[in-house]
Design a protein around this ligand. Structure first.
Ligand SMILES: [Zn+2]
Length: 103
């Protein structure tokens, strides 16, 4: 949804979803991939940020060039919850990048 210039809505932190047992659905409009996450997993990576801001912080796992993701908080219905696969955080890898200097 192109609402870049719309007035900023009130921040809605991830911790707010945690408290109400809601999940976060992230969808790539380009390749139609979608994943569901626990807010608590996302907090470990991004901190307790505004839910809408995840659209900018997260990248499509197929191709980071796919652009803005569609992020929404939702409360799975009974039927939905049965087949729902949730993408859980297994580990956060720290990348070691060497930095060089001539002396
Ligand atoms: Zn994609």
């Amino acid at each position: 949804m192109p609402e870049t210039y719309a007035p900023k809505r009130k921040d809605f932190p991830l911790s707010n979803l945690n408290d109400s047992m809601r999940l976060v659905r992230v969808r790539c409009a380009y390749c139609k991939r979608q994943h569901c996450y626990f807010p608590s997993d996302l907090i470990q990576i991004f901190g307790d940020v505004d839910v809408d801001s995840l659209a900018y912080r997260m990248k499509c796992e197929s191709d980071p060039a796919h652009g803005l993701l569609n992020v929404e908080a939702f409360w799975p219905t009974g039927e939905e919850a049965v087949n729902l696969r949730i993408r859980r955080l297994v580990a956060i890898k720290i990348q070691r990048i060497p930095v060089w200097r001539e002396e």
